[in-house]
Design a protein around this ligand. Structure first.
Ligand SMILES: [Zn+2]
Length: 454
């Protein structure tokens, strides 16, 4: 396939328009959800000819996908086998409700391999790389774990899995942190592929164990918000281990979106395969498309799917889009510009609307904090009507200064206008029992349900 990422924007859109018309015709024939949505909205889908016209269609909300995931799955018995055979089911990480199944047919798996090839090319993953998959096994198959193999296959690289995480089920397949360190060392991994807080924890443990992880040249992180301070701390650990110029590839994506790629550290995220997906920024309330450069809700339209197909699906992230050629690499496909704010993560505490990422940034930049957790709860846990309380639990490094609690309180107040209560605790307390892979950084224990924006 030709490299669409370097075509003039008008040529990219021409390809997208052709794909879109065919995709919409498949949905009109085989998608229960879109048949109903378009009928209810009085839309003749033949009127939608271009990505520009997409703005006339209603948005698809995550709630709608959660309520009836089967209705988004194309049912087209006349398609050739590879377009209709089910290859895999992945589940999205719903924050509260049950995870939602997303269906990929053989055709979609090939498309994902193609997208991964483009991601590898943009972000510099090579055939000679040895990738350590550090994602945990989860009760339902998650894209992050399952797709790591596809990413390696696409790049022609080698991959192995460390299988960390809290054990469940009768089979003894999970491995401890020390075993993960050992495996990374033994295989001379060049890329650590996982959740940033776990990668950092693994590196800190490797330093304690004096393991030789000098082979690692890149960490591909995803699954949690990170601050520049946390990313720099990961680099610091790697440098201490002898890695010369460790890179952090901050992967942005989701099960519905697939992965976007950075062509340079801390850069914007390129759409690696514009022939597969179209992106727009919308006002989440009205559905109106917003101009390039303006921040709003990211909506994705699948242009070439055969399993679960989504049209104008609101991903739940606030970002902006830049359609000018990249000043770093010259690619012409659009870029997602951060900061990425996950709308479901915005919360109200003591009447203040808080972006947890801002608080994360602040806490991560305090060097004497080893790990932390922010808990929002009712001041009196037996009284659901009592005031909100923000509790910041911290595990400290040995050399932490005496008045660190005061500093944490002041910095937090400065960042989010809420005065927290600070509690010093042990590291193990923050990694909840059995779940060793991910520090849960934000916990909302309040009884009332209307804290989240949506
Ligand atoms: Zn670029």
């Amino acid at each position: 396939m030709e490299d669409t990422q370097r075509l003039p924007l008008a040529d990219i859109e021409k390809i997208q328009n052709e794909k879109l018309r065919y995709m919409l015709s498949l949905c009109a024939r085989g998608s229960t959800f879109y048949q109903m949505q378009w009928r209810d909205a009085g839309i003749d889908i033949a009127d939608i000819q271009t990505v520009e016209d997409l703005a006339k269609l209603p948005l698809t909300q995550k709630q709608e996908l959660m309520e009836a995931p089967e209705d988004f799955r194309l049912d087209l018995p006349d398609l050739p086998l590879h377009e209709r055979a089910l290859w895999e089911v992945l589940y999205t990480t719903g924050s509260t409700a049950d995870p939602v199944p997303l269906y990929s047919n053989t055709y979609d798996y090939h498309a994902y391999l193609h997208q991964s090839q483009c991601v590898a090319e943009i972000s510099g993953i090579r055939e000679t790389d040895i990738i350590a998959n550090l994602f945990p096994l989860t009760p339902a198959p998650m894209g992050a774990f399952v797709r790591s193999a596809g990413n390696a296959y696409a790049a022609g690289a080698t991959i192995f899995a460390a299988l960390p995480g809290g054990a469940f089920g009768p089979f003894d397949v999970h491995r401890s942190l020390d075993q993960a360190v050992d495996r990374v060392e033994k295989h001379r991994a060049t890329i650590l592929w996982g959740v940033p807080s776990y990668i950092r924890r693994l590196l800190i443990r490797a330093l304690e164990l004096k393991a030789d992880l000098s082979s690692v040249r890149m960490c591909a992180i995803t699954g949690e918000a990170t601050s520049p301070a946390l990313r720099e701390d990961i680099r610091r650990c790697l440098r201490e281990m002898g890695a010369e110029q460790p890179l952090i590839f901050n992967r942005y994506g989701s099960t519905e979106l697939g992965a976007f790629a950075q062509c340079q550290e801390e850069g914007d995220w390129h759409n690696p395969a514009p022939e597969l997906q179209y992106h727009e920024i919308v006002d989440p309330e009205t559905g109106h498309r917003l101009p390039d450069g303006e921040r709003g809700a990211l909506a994705v339209t699948h242009l070439d799917k055969r399993g679960t197909a989504l049209i104008r699906f609101v991903v739940g992230d606030i970002v902006s889009i830049d359609r000018s050629p990249c000043s770093h690499c010259g690619r012409t496909s659009e870029r997602i510009v951060g900061p990425v704010v996950r709308t479901k993560d915005l919360i109200k505490v003591k009447g203040m609307l808080i972006n947890p990422d801002v608080l994360l940034d602040v806490l991560e930049s305090i060097s004497s904090i080893a790990e932390f957790q922010v808990v929002v709860q009712n001041e009196n846990k037996n009284d659901p009507l009592s005031m909100d309380e923000m509790l910041i639990r911290v595990a400290l490094h040995e050399n932490a200064p005496e008045h660190i609690e005061k500093e944490i309180t002041q910095q937090t107040h400065k960042a989010v206008n809420v005065t927290p209560r600070v509690e010093v605790t042990a590291l193990e307390e923050i990694y909840s029992a059995g779940e060793q892979t991910k520090a849960v950084r934000f916990v909302d224990r309040r009884v009332s349900a209307d804290n989240a924006i949506r």
